[in-house]
Each structure stands twice: as C-alpha cells, then as structure tokens.
Ligand binder design. Structure first.
Ligand code: 13P
Length: 249
C-alpha cells in the first residue's frame, strides 16, 4: 500500500511574514500517520522552514537545484546547499522551468542524478501542453520525459524517486484533468517504471498536479494510481492545503 504524499509548491510566492502565518496554520494539523505532507518553497525561505517545521510532521524542500556540484554557476543552488537546510524533497523539471528556462529532458535528468547523489528525493514533473493533449500525444510526451530520466539513473534508484504528472493545460487554469485521465496517464507511467524495476514500480508514488483543490482532491486521490498531489495555488491557503492533506489521509 503506497502512502499518499501531498506537496505544496509555493512557486515564487511568500514573504517572511506571510510564510510564518501559513506554516503556523498547517504545522500541527497534519497527522503524519495518515499521509506524508511537504512544502517546496523558494530557496531563501528554506531556513525559515527548517526553524518552523523541524519539530512537525511536515517535510520541506526546494523547487529546483543545479545540475552541478559547486563553482561558477551564478544564481544557482546546489544539492549540498539544500541538504544543509535539511530538505527532503526537490522538485525537478516543473513545466514552468521547462517553458520559461528552456530546461531540456537531458538537463532535468542531470538534476535528478545530482539530487539522488545527495540523498534528496526528486519530484520529477512531467506533463503535456494543451496542443499535445488535443493531438492525443499525452502518453508519448510524458513517456519520453520519463524515459530520458530513467536512462540516466540506476534501476535501484527508481525506488527513490517521486513522479508528478502535471498537464500544462491544468496548471493554474482551474481546469483539472478528470480522475480518469489522471488514472490512465499515471498507470502508463507506472508501466514505464515497471519495465525497469517491477518491484520499485509498485512502491513508487505518482502525484497529480494541476488545479487540485479541496473540492476535487478526494475524487482524484481515490484513483488507484494517484498517490498524492502537487499543489500550487491551493497550497498558499492553510485551510485549503489542509483540506487536501486530509482528503489524502
Ligand atoms: P496549481 O495547483 O495552481 O494549478 O499549480 C499546480 C502546479 O504547478 C504544482 O506544481
């Protein structure tokens, strides 16, 4: 039985004051026996999470990392730095980074390798655009996105990754994939993992992201291969994030 995982992706939102209230609002209200919960925050706020969440059942992490170890990479943040702040998770290959920073499948695979080497759990995002969805290319696109990562990691490492299926047309649009669409794509992703490591594929968590809200979370999370959520907008309101966590648990 896979434990559900609900992750808030704060994106480029927050301030010390705003975060303090949000973290205080969720901190003691997550029952870590029911499901796992985490927040992935802008790098400058990792110290704040470390201070405010270290005695809670909520994990924290980052939204990106460098593909390189250290050195002349101005503006980048290394895996070791994230480990310094006790991060557990790091989002890799979010569609906003693929689109706005031209991140390729190859670069994303390098980042996944770097995260795993440092003991971080990468949350690897895949997802198709509306044009690709309309053209019936969803499984081809997400299949290639995941295959390019799997080609760069060991078979054993498959049990250390989390995947997030985030259809680009559902992100921030209020239009979520139906539970059946999510289930269909998730099971195809699990089948990809199973080709490499059938045992790890059974245990791997595949999250859904894209306008997951309190009113649709339960239905999405009830699907057999939907093992949690990667939450954008709704993660910025304590009550909404908690409602989704409770729907998972
Ligand atoms: P929304 O929940 O705001 O649609 O964002 C989803 C997302 O991109 C999470 O990574």
């Amino acid at each position: 039985m896979r434990r559900k995982l609900v992750v808030g992706n704060w994106k480029m939102n927050g301030s010390l004051v705003f975060n303090a209230a949000l973290l205080a609002g969720i901190k003691d209200r997550v029952d870590s026996r029911q499901c796992d919960a985490a927040v992935c925050v802008p790098a400058p706020y990792l110290a704040q999470c470390q201070t405010q969440l270290s005695d809670s059942g909520i994990f924290w992490g980052a939204q990106d990392l460098s593909a390189y170890d250290a050195g002349a990479h101005t503006g980048d943040v290394s895996a070791a730095m994230l480990v310094d702040f006790s991060c557990k998770y790091v989002i890799v290959g979010h569609s906003e980074r693929r689109a706005l920073h031209s991140e390729s499948n190859e670069l994303i695979a390098m980042k996944v390798v770097r995260a795993l080497a440092s003991g971080l759990t990468p949350i690897i995002c895949v997802g198709e655009t509306l044009e690709q969805y309309d053209a019936g290319l969803t499984k081809v696109v997400v299949g290639k996105q995941i295959d390019d990562v799997l080609a760069m990691i060991s078979v054993e490492d498959i049990e250390k990754i989390v995947i997030a299926y985030e259809p680009v047309w559902a992100i921030g649009t209020g239009r979520n994939a139906t539970p059946q669409i999510a289930q269909d794509v998730h099971s195809s992703l699990r089948a990809k993992l199973a080709l490499k490591n059938p045992i790890a594929a059974v245990g791997a968590r595949i999250l859904y992201g894209g306008s997951m809200k309190p009113d649709n979370a339960k239905e999405l999370l009830s699907m057999a291969d939907v093992d949690g959520g990667l939450i954008g907008g709704a993660a910025l309101k304590a009550a909404d994030f908690l409602a989704i966590v409770h729907a998972a648990g």
